[in-house]
Write a protein that binds this ligand. Structure first.
Ligand SMILES: [Zn+2]
Length: 311
């Protein structure tokens, strides 16, 4: 008799129907009565009693690729293309891109709440309160993210106390995110480590944050390389979110070598015969900066507004 093992919480999160489908494109996720483990396989039992085995290593890889995937540039920008904003304890408030998910996205209640709360989170000092406001049954505004690790709140210094090395603070800080996926990994950390060697909890928000920070650093680097500090080579970009749930958004770039304030006649559309969408934004930004161009949101350049209305 072959031993079948029930899934523990970590195994259940890894060997989910979705992850099996991600590992095996032809996987049929209907008529399933149970999923078990047997040796190195994940065994799917069908309602008719038949079963198929799938390699666990492939499913684990699919799970990790999925939690590490990079979402498009607009996925986590708040109102007015606002990136993650500094909160306390080395953490940031990172909004979901409700404004950019759809042409009418800015009218959703989540987008309106983001607008209302954007500058107020800094006045709250309790992380649990911030998380409860960001994500609950009624709101889905975003997450509290600490890519360099959450720092404990500052404590008042007691001058009379003995100097003791604080164990908690001497540890290497681990990245943190308040999202469900990250928390499920964190809450079952030992079980995940039994499944995947050297496992560290991770999520799409941390991946996006790292990419966004890389973009900001690159932009500063390009600017600092200029003798005058004022760039001549500039790119202005606009984004029109999708009109419906099946189309893509429209991403348009104009470029110039005459500085950001140059009149409209000095700007040219970047690759006018090609159509770009949100999925192209990261690569376009990095390619442009590689060529020495500094990107600006087109909405900030008033002399260009008439051009973009026609596009
Ligand atoms: Zn997350």
């Amino acid at each position: 008799m072959q031993l079948q093992t029930e899934l523990n919480p970590a195994q259940a999160l890894i060997c989910s129907r979705s992850n099996i489908r991600r590992a095996y494109a032809d996987f049929d996720d209907t008529e399933i009565s149970g999923i078990y483990l047997r040796d190195d396989n994940c065994v799917v039992v069908r309602c008719d009693g038949s079963e198929q085995a799938y390699e666990r290593t492939l499913i684990k890889t699919a799970f990790q690729q999925y939690t590490h995937r990079l979402k498009d540039f607009f996925s986590y920008l708040g109102p007015n293309y606002r990136g993650p904003s500094v909160w306390h304890n080395n953490a940031y408030v990172m909004f979901k891109g409700w404004n950019y998910s759809h042409a009418l996205g800015h009218l959703t209640s989540n987008a309106k709440l983001q607008q209302h709360w954007a500058d107020k989170f800094i006045h709250l000092s309790d992380p649990n309160k911030v998380i409860a406001l960001l994500q609950n049954d009624q709101t889905d505004l975003g997450h509290l993210v600490a890519p360099d690790g959450l720092r404990a709140p500052n404590r008042p210094i007691d001058m009379d106390a003995d100097l003791v090395e604080d164990q908690a603070e001497s540890k290497v800080p681990e990245p943190f995110c308040s999202c469900g996926s990250f928390q499920r990994q964190l809450n079952n950390l030992d079980l995940f480590r039994q499944e995947i060697e050297g496992f560290k909890p991770w999520c799409i928000h941390l991946t996006w944050f790292h990419k966004y920070r890389e973009l900001l650093c690159k932009r500063t680097e390009v600017r600092n390389a200029l003798p005058s500090g004022t760039p001549d080579k500039c790119v202005a970009w606009w984004y029109a979110p999708p009109q419906d749930h099946i189309s893509d958004g429209k991403f348009v770039l104009l470029h110039t070598k005459s500085g950001a304030q140059a009149p409209l006649t000095h700007w040219r559309t970047y690759k006018p015969t090609e159509v770009f969408n949100q999925g192209h934004a990261w690569d376009l930004f990095f390619n442009m900066m590689e060529a020495g161009y500094v990107p600006f949101p087109g909405t900030a350049l008033s002399q260009l507004q008439s051009a973009i209305k026609k596009k």
